[in-house]
Design a protein around this ligand. Structure first.
Ligand SMILES: [Zn+2]
Length: 463
């Protein structure tokens, strides 16, 4: 055990302001948490357990062997003790999936993810749906034993943010700190509906789907494939837009090779950007969610949605472990936080809302973003279409009951950019009053982080 008690601690206050300022817009005087990591040193990286029980990854002075053995003996770290890691580093490594080459063995000691990867890499349209399903189910056997990221939604980044916030407030000697609330207009969370258009039949169904979304109050995005798959009729795009929906891009040709090498990626990028201009698109999702977070930062578009929260059932594993937007370079990443329709219908073989509801509950508890992919091609009729209609009704109800923002992806990205420039200003020492300043501040709300003993609560604003 390498935990240090406060007395023998060599804690230094590194300016880990970035992560706290980015997520909470916390005033600088509160945004520095003590850590056992000395400046200029880098302890070995590994998986370790947070106080909340979440499994995190990064350089740490914690015991990492306990996690590898699946004996996450949670070290009794109290608020007054320094963090055993640098939250800036840990959040970055999780969101950029840099833990991926250090996968944990599954609960039976197998490298479950390698098993899945071996069997599963193929371009889907080459096989009939039935053959595909059988191959995928066989390849995915054992996925439930994968310990990290956490199924069905991983919120480790949120746990790191809370732990760092609590530690920094304790260090500053305050039990109440102001933050800029996450969402505009006092909303308590966000829901985004997005559609990847796979084949000509799906494209033909898009206007009908846009009408359906509109009837439930959603302005969704339709990601189209510019080359190879189908002819894109400008009139169809206009019809989609006439329902308030937006057009985004779904790769270039959907051959699965966009991220196969950096050379290939940079060769295709100018074409992607040219199609974006032509279609008035500012957003992107990579086909099959093949991705490389470093290169996504070079997209030159407003937002991307190629990062899953937890990718156990996707061809490319991993996951960004957060239910909030974040930046990859200048690109706002809107992580896909709910299970895809294809996965639910064809791999889990279900058409009910149970899994989606479970995910919505976890995301709502964090006040995060529920971001869905529904493919027009898979909900043309029958069970698929019924499931989709039930989902829209459920989301509509949750949005009004729980005060959630039905957020068009483009507006989400605009808000996240705007919020990243807002600042909290004190009305004067000792007054306890704070206001938000900066362009767009009129849509933002002050909220409060409250430290009570060893637990921290982030109180949503009243509306
Ligand atoms: Zn696709």
């Amino acid at each position: 055990m390498s935990s240090l008690s406060p007395a023998e601690s060599t804690a230094t206050s590194v300016p880990n302001a970035h992560v706290l300022r980015e997520r909470f817009r916390l005033p600088a005087e509160f945004a520095s948490a003590p850590t056992t990591i000395e400046p200029g040193t880098q302890p070995p990286q590994g998986f370790f357990t947070l106080q909340s029980g979440h499994i995190a990854f990064g350089s740490t002075t914690s015991d990492t062997s306990a996690v590898a053995q699946h004996a996450p003996s949670v070290l009794p770290r109290t608020i007054d003790e320094p963090l055993t890691y640098d939250p800036d580093e840990v959040v970055r490594l999780l969101r950029e999936e840099s833990y991926i080459d250090n996968e944990l063995p599954d609960r039976n000691g197998h490298d479950a993810q390698a098993l899945v990867r071996r069997a599963y890499y193929f371009v889907r349209p080459l096989l009939s749906t039935k053959v595909r399903r059988i191959a995928q189910r066989r390849a995915l056997a054992g996925w439930r034993d994968i310990a990290h990221p956490m199924w069905p939604v991983d919120t480790t980044v949120e746990a790191v943010h809370r732990e760092a916030l609590a530690a920094s407030m304790a260090a500053a000697g305050v039990n109440k700190a102001p933050i800029v609330w996450y969402w505009p207009d006092g909303y308590h969370g966000a829901i985004s509906m997005t559609h990847d258009v796979e084949e000509a039949a799906g494209l033909a169904f898009c206007p009908e789907m846009a009408r359906l979304d509109e009837s439930f109050g959603f302005k969704s995005s339709f990601q189209v494939v510019p080359e190879s798959r189908y002819d894109i009729d400008a009139l169809v795009l206009d019809e989609i837009r006439s329902h308030g929906c937006e057009i985004s891009l779904h790769g270039l040709s959907h051959d699965g090779n966009l991220f196969s090498s950096y050379e290939e990626f940079t060769k295709r990028l100018p074409k992607i950007q040219e199609y974006a201009r032509r279609f008035g698109a500012v957003g992107f999702r990579s086909p099959v969610m093949y991705r490389n977070p470093e290169w996504i930062a070079e997209l030159g578009l407003s937002y991307d949605m190629s990062m899953p929260n937890v990718g156990h059932l996707d061809p490319q594993h991993g996951g960004c472990c957060t239910v909030f937007p974040y930046f990859l370079g200048d690109v706002v990443e809107l992580p896909t936080t709910c299970t895809q329709d294809y996965t639910l219908f064809n791999i889990l073989n279900r058409f009910d809302l149970e899994l989606w509801n479970e995910q919505l509950d976890i995301i709502a508890a964090e006040n995060g973003l529920a971001n869905f992919i529904i493919h027009p091609d898979y909900v043309l009729d029958g069970d698929g279409l019924n499931a989709y209609k039930s989902l829209l009704a459920e989301l509509d109800q949750r949005a009004s009951q729980n005060n959630l923002w039905k957020a068009p992806p483009k507006e989400l990205a605009e808000w996240w950019n705007l919020r990243s420039n807002l600042e909290l200003k004190s009305a004067g020492p000792g007054t306890g009053d704070w206001t938000i300043v900066g362009p767009g501040a009129e849509r933002a709300s002050v909220a409060w982080a409250v430290l009570d003993g060893d637990s921290i609560t982030i109180e949503a604003p009243e509306r």
